[in-house]
Design a protein around this ligand. Structure first.
Ligand code: 13P
Ligand code: SF4
Length: 307
């Protein structure tokens, strides 16, 4: 017998209550998933929620590094990634050994890891940051010399905001955001000349420099909601265009590029969430005690410095 979206959502809500499951959903998830989540937000907000939730099971609707972060912060909980194939490609661009070699070459550099990294990589880093907390955290670090991994675009944005720091970058980054070019900016502005341009710092510096606002997914959403302007070009995953249109029906939102689609964030369907709640889907995150202990240091430091 077929089910409607509403019926699937009701069944998820019933099951998560019965089984004490907390559903965390990143803002890039589909609308019907955000509607049944206990908490939604950017990577930073979800990390903080992960540390606070009291449920015995956490279901992460997002990508693998986000579920790993929950497990690291709450090792006693059962943590499930909603779709086993949802993995941020940027998180896997460098191996732990690459970073260990760099640490040997640059012993007086603090290693700052974007949270979009594997748990294994986090074990050899000094502090984590997210797009919304990076500038604040880097500016508070004692070390002047910083090796920022893996996203060179977020790193360049941080370097610009923290001119007193000496920041070394690697050639990593988000393939989805980095594919947006100045040509897309020109085309979108020509189509929507009155719109403000809001972009994620994972975009290349030439794109970020032409923006009216640069911020995390939540930063972009808050800016658009609070602004007294009515038209916005959105330079991040296109789900945010849709979510904002629901949140502010009186305003207009346009994608900066139709290629701003993260297939990994879109891997999770509402039925995957139902299957996970029924105990027959997703992937339970298992990490060794050693990885949890070592990776936790840099996530705890992020929460301590990020406020
Ligand atoms: P946020 O920290 O803005 O949620 O970014 C996560 C992400 O994967 C952006 O591409
Ligand atoms: Fe990773 Fe980019 Fe997708 Fe974010 S949008 S999860 S950084 S690939």
């Amino acid at each position: 017998m077929s089910m409607t979206v509403k019926e699937v959502q009701s069944e998820i809500l019933r099951l998560k209550k019965e089984k004490d499951i907390c559903i965390l959903a990143h803002s890039y998830q589909a609308r019907e998933i955000l509607e049944i989540a206990d908490f939604t937000g950017d990577s930073y907000a979800l990390s903080k929620m992960a540390a606070k939730t009291e449920s015995s099971t956490v279901l992460m609707c997002g990508v693998r590094f986000m579920a790993e972060t929950v497990k690291i912060l709450s090792p006693e909980k059962k943590v499930i990634l909603s779709s086993p194939i949802a993995a941020c490609p940027m998180a896997e661009q460098f191996e732990k050994d690459d970073i260990l070699q760099l640490k040997e070459m640059f012993p007086d550099y603090a290693v700052v890891a974007y949270i979009n990294t594997t748990a294994a990589l986090k074990t050899v880093c000094d502090v984590c940051v997210t797009s919304s907390s990076a500038v604040e955290i880097v500016s508070k670090l004692d070390s002047k010399n910083i090796l920022f991994i893996p996203d060179c675009n977020l790193g360049a944005f941080v370097a610009k905001q923290c001119p007193d720091k000496n920041i070394k970058l690697l050639q990593g980054g988000c393939p989805v955001h980095a594919a947006v070019s100045v040509r897309h900016v020109k085309e979108a502005k020509a189509l929507h000349p009155r719109a403000l341009l809001l972009v994620h710092p994972e975009c290349v510096p030439e794109v970020a420099e032409s923006a009216d606002y640069i911020g995390s997914t939540s930063g972009i959403m808050n800016y658009a909601v609070k602004s007294d302007k009515t038209e916005f070009i959105i330079g991040t995953e296109n789900s945010i265009v849709e979510h904002l249109q629901y949140m502010c029906p009186e305003k207009r939102f346009y994608p900066l590029s139709k290629s701003l689609l993260c297939e990994n964030m879109k891997a999770t369907t509402l039925v995957d969430v139902l299957n996970c709640c029924q105990g027959c889907g997703g992937e339970e995150i298992i990490l060794s005690e050693d990885t949890i202990q070592k990776a936790r240091r840099c996530i705890d430091k992020m929460i301590e410095l990020g406020g």
